[in-house]
Design a binder for this molecule. Structure first.
Ligand SMILES: [Zn+2]
Length: 159
């Protein structure tokens, strides 16, 4: 694995500076966007940082009972925020979109018992032989691929 393989799993929201790029700790190099956490054997060019997410408690609490290949995912286009019309207004805060100006459209893909947002599942298909290991609907659940592993949060369906 190379650093560039990890970049799709870093946060693209600049205000989340802690997770905007990969970091190394111990034997591993990590990347996360807050929903997916990827772990690979330590890459020498990725440095340690002081302010990084706690990863020891991020792992699934059970072993996987089913492994699923990553399916083809269609990610829906973002919608303009209906409240601020995408203006990203600066003077008042838009609570609807948090001043992003747009809103993500939900598209849930089921793998075994668990549902996942397509936008977070799709980048996994770039990892070699990536599979998602589920055990219940709540998760988080396992990710494994040639050269590393990780964890992905399930999305909670309103039932
Ligand atoms: Zn808005």
């Amino acid at each position: 694995m190379k650093v560039t393989d990890l970049l799709p799993f870093c946060s693209k929201r600049e205000r989340i500076a802690d997770i905007a790029s990969p970091w190394s700790a111990g034997e591993f190099t990590f990347a996360t966007n807050g929903v997916v956490l990827i772990r690979v054997p330590r890459l020498a060019e990725v440095l340690e940082r002081t302010r990084v997410p706690e990863t020891t408690k991020a792992w699934p609490r059970e072993e996987a009972t089913e492994w699923h290949p990553v399916p083809d995912c269609e990610v829906p286009e973002d919608l303009l925020c209906p409240e601020c019309k995408g203006s990203k207004r600066r003077t008042t805060h838009c609570f609807k979109c948090n001043n992003e100006g747009k809103m993500e459209v939900s598209s849930v893909i089921m793998l075994g018992p668990a549902g996942f947002q397509a936008r977070y599942l799709k980048p996994l298909s770039a990892l070699p032989n990536c599979q998602v290991g589920t055990f219940d609907e709540r998760g988080p659940v396992w990710i494994r691929f040639d050269g590393g592993d990780g964890v992905i949060s399930t999305c909670h369906l309103n039932r």
